[in-house]
Design a protein around this ligand. Structure first.
Ligand code: SR1
Ligand code: MG
Length: 415
């Protein structure tokens, strides 16, 4: 489109130089700024800019899927939806996302806080590091942002506004529909797996009609259950951390969808990291303690999410579902609490299903996880990927075996 160009060092310098507030934030003169491009995700350009007085991060859409190249075109408007999400959740997410500063609509470029010395949670976990507050912070973020935008925390008019904005995020909703829910169990040329040792597993999964119909049902629910504004890609690569600070980023896949999709994504990625730890073992460091620690964050995550969601429902109910006006009798409280608990229990069941789907796509689909990919030796990597995929199939086909997060922990330990 007119006005769009993929930014480079010179054009980014010019762009920021023309924005007085941001220029002041960096300090000095544009030639004094250092600029590096660090995007390592599947889709976008990401620049870090350091000036004498401060720093910034600029994220820009490319007109194609970066990980695939120009042969896979992709509309630019994901940056619009990402900044729309940051704005929509800002009242509920103070300190839990990067600060958003500016959106340039013709460049499809977002200017935000450069997080430092944060690193991507997934990378830290792969290195065997621990982040004591991270799972609880992500859960707090998910509880606050989804409650406030659900029919319990928002009026039907407010929710309709969110739905009408984010339903247009069709390019990225389509990516999820295809690369998460469709391709991995179909014969898609975009699929790949990292070792011939997984050929049999891939064929077996693609021949499993019960598995395919279950994944298709979760795909239908993903497209139709408009419960709240969700992040849409809440894996450990969408979280930046230090030992004391946690920020959720990269919400470009946001739309009004099922809350369990975000919850299941985070759980699946913790579980995959825990299973992958053995592949990062070195002589004298078997990584068992690290795997146990990562796994211990699954109950921390779920318990924090569920208790905070319920607490917010108690304190801030104002929506048109379970309207507070209906429940003013003292005798209503216990029954209402039971109904709320039942709703949250259903979110856990949903999370198990979506965790299964989100795991299989990372092993048999287009986009894989560094947790496994960084295990160089396929003879070590493939069995761990196979274990994860088989656990995912159990999530999908035997969901009643997973009623609590401790059931997930026990199943991983029994692998
Ligand atoms: C074609 S993009 C594949 C994946 O990258 C993003 O990180 C999302 O997870 C998406 O599914
Ligand atoms: Mg991303």
């Amino acid at each position: 489109p007119a006005g769009y160009r993929a930014l480079d060092d010179a054009s980014l310098r010019d762009f920021l130089a023309g924005l007085p507030d941001l220029r002041d934030r960096l300090g000095g003169r544009p030639p004094d700024w250092s600029i590096i491009e660090v995007g390592d995700g599947n889709l976008n350009l990401v620049f870090l800019i350091d000036g004498p007085e401060g720093s910034l991060c600029v994220k820009q859409s490319l007109p194609y899927v970066r990980a695939a190249g120009e042969s896979w075109p992709l509309p630019l408007d994901r940056a619009f939806f990402e900044q729309s999400y940051y704005r929509a959740v800002a009242p509920y997410s103070e300190g839990l996302t990067p600060r958003f500063f500016y959106y340039q609509p013709e460049l499809y470029a977002i200017v935000m806080e450069r997080l430092s010395p944060h690193i991507i949670l997934r990378r830290g976990l792969i290195e065997g590091r621990r982040y004591p507050g991270a799972a609880a912070a992500v859960a707090e973020f998910a509880a606050r942002s989804t409650f406030a935008t659900s029919d319990f925390g928002a009026t039907l008019e407010e929710k309709a506004e969110l739905m009408s904005t984010f339903a247009r995020n069709t390019s990225l909703i389509r990516i999820t529909a295809e690369v998460v829910f469709t391709d991995p169990l179909a014969n898609s040329p975009r699929n790949r797996w990292t070792s011939p040792a997984l050929d049999g597993l891939a064929a077996e999964f693609r021949a499993d009609s019960a598995l395919k119909v279950t994944v298709a049902e979760w795909g239908r629910r993903f497209l139709t259950e408009a419960q709240a504004l969700i992040h849409g890609d809440l894996h450990t690569g969408s979280v930046m951390v230090t030992e004391t600070d946690t920020r959720v980023m990269d919400p470009e896949f946001a739309f009004v969808g099922p809350i369990g999709f975000d919850i299941g994504a985070f759980i699946a990625n913790l579980v995959m990291n825990a299973i992958a730890q053995a592949g990062h073992a070195t002589p004298g460091d078997d990584r068992k303690a690290e795997a146990d620690w990562v796994l211990s964050q699954v109950p921390v995550f779920w318990d924090t999410f569920s208790s905070r969601f319920l607490a917010l429902w108690d304190e801030k109910a104002r929506g048109d579902a379970y309207p507070p006006a209906m429940f003013s009798n003292p005798g209503d409280a216990a029954v209402l609490a039971g109904a709320r608990k039942a709703f949250v229990d259903r979110l856990f069941a949903d999370a198990i299903g979506y965790a299964g789907v989100k795991t299989i796509r990372r092993i048999l689909g287009f986009a894989h996880n560094a947790d496994f990919e960084l295990i160089a030796d396929p003879a070590r990597r493939a069995p761990l990927e196979a274990k994860s995929a088989r656990l995912a199939r159990t999530f999908l086909l035997e969901p009643h075996s997973f009623r609590t997060p401790d059931d997930i922990v026990a199943a991983v330990k029994a692998l």
